[in-house]
Design a protein around this ligand. Structure first.
Ligand code: F6P
Length: 343
């Protein structure tokens, strides 16, 4: 019998369980077996598995997170780990591995295909939506809707107290969540990593609003937005993929806005709330379509590929191209956001 392995790596996000469920369902149609590796690349290095079948994946479509667990383990940063992955592959007699993750997890998948000739197919996941070669990653829609609802809620309290509220939103290198939730939530100012912050411009917009009679304001800022060209980071070690832990821009901005405008300004960090809880219908559907397509690529022996949403279609693209560079917010879209938020 043919056997497919599956792992989920990197930051979790809503929609991972629908992918796992769909992979199992599509494989079952062929009479194929599926095993899950626990905690991302760590599980395949250590050969920690869990059997997956229709019964164990039945009631998980609505569950956030991942039943397989995840980690930010990078096999290329651990002595002997790649060799272990190759051994686990053989020991489990795997036909192929489906790696579900973002740029880091899929970067490893791509290297394993190229350098170890392993049969790997990728599925793109991240709330940040910054993966190349796909219109959307699953997890993004849920995160946007959570952030939008938070902005809606913050508006009523800010309005009552005549305050400015700075809302710090996830997004390391790209401002997709901030821009989309900011526009949808009617934020007055939207600040993303792709465009340097001009603090005088921010204060001028808030003052103009005030003069027009709107005595509160919402500033949506991505955690990766830069102050004087630099990230605002927390004092912790880099993770195994070399990422700093971001956080703190909301607090810094709020302080400066209050000093420069004289308006009472508070900040809120939405943090992991954006990654938790039930996936939206869009993410459940996208995850299901990706899972089915991933198995179909394995059946057709199309390894080194990633499933992707292009327009309304799920297609296969090269993993290499997908991880080559990040997909950032294009200037024209940021311009739309500026028009509808700031004017
Ligand atoms: O997975 C993407 C992401 O949520 C980023 O938006 C954020 O910067 C990062 O992960 C946080 O990672 P962790 O949960 O490991 O601190």
């Amino acid at each position: 019998m043919q056997k497919i392995g599956i792992l989920t790596g990197g930051g979790d996000c809503p929609g991972l369980n629908p992918v796992i469920r769909a992979v199992v369902a599509r494989a079952a149609k062929e009479g194929w077996e599926v095993i899950g590796f626990k905690d991302g690349w760590k599980g395949i290095i250590e050969n920690k598995t869990m059997p997956l079948d229709r019964k164990s994946t039945r009631e998980i479509i609505d569950k956030g997170g991942t039943i397989l667990g995840t980690s930010r383990t990078n096999p290329y940063k651990k002595e002997g780990a790649v060799k272990k992955i190759v051994e686990t592959f053989k020991a489990n007699n795997l036909t192929a591995l489906i790696a579900v993750g973002g740029e880091d997890t899929l970067g490893v998948a791509n290297k394993l295909v190229k350098e170890e000739k392993l049969n790997v197919v990728g599925v793109p996941k991240t709330i940040d939506n910054d993966l190349n070669s796909t219109d959307y990653t699953f997890g993004f829609d849920t995160a946007v809707n959570v952030a939008m609802e938070c902005i809606d809620r913050l508006k009523t309290t800010s309005e009552s107290h005549h305050r400015v509220m700075v809302v710090e939103i996830m997004g390391r290198h790209a401002g997709w969540i901030t821009l989309t939730a900011g526009v949808a939530g009617g934020a007055d100012v939207i600040l993303i990593p792709e465009v340097p912050i001009n603090i005088d411009e921010v204060c001028a917009i808030l003052k103009k609003r005030h003069e027009e009679g709107k005595l509160f304001g919402i500033v949506a800022v991505a955690e990766g937005a830069k102050v004087s060209g630099k990230d605002v980071t927390q004092e912790v070690e880099l993770d195994q993929f070399g990422h700093v832990r971001l956080g703190g821009i909301g607090e810094r901005l709020a302080k400066v806005i209050e000093e420069k405008t004289g308006y009472e300004t508070r900040y809120v960090v939405l943090g992991h709330i954006q990654r938790g809880g039930h996936p939206t219908a869009f993410d459940r559907m996208l995850g299901s379509r990706f899972g089915v397509k991933a198995v179909e690529l394995v059946i057709k022996k199309e390894f080194g590929k990633m499933v992707s949403l292009q327009g309304a279609e799920i297609v296969a693209v090269s993993l290499e191209a997908a991880v080559k560079e990040l997909k950032t917010v294009p200037p024209a879209l940021f311009e739309v956001a500026k028009i509808v938020s700031e004017s």
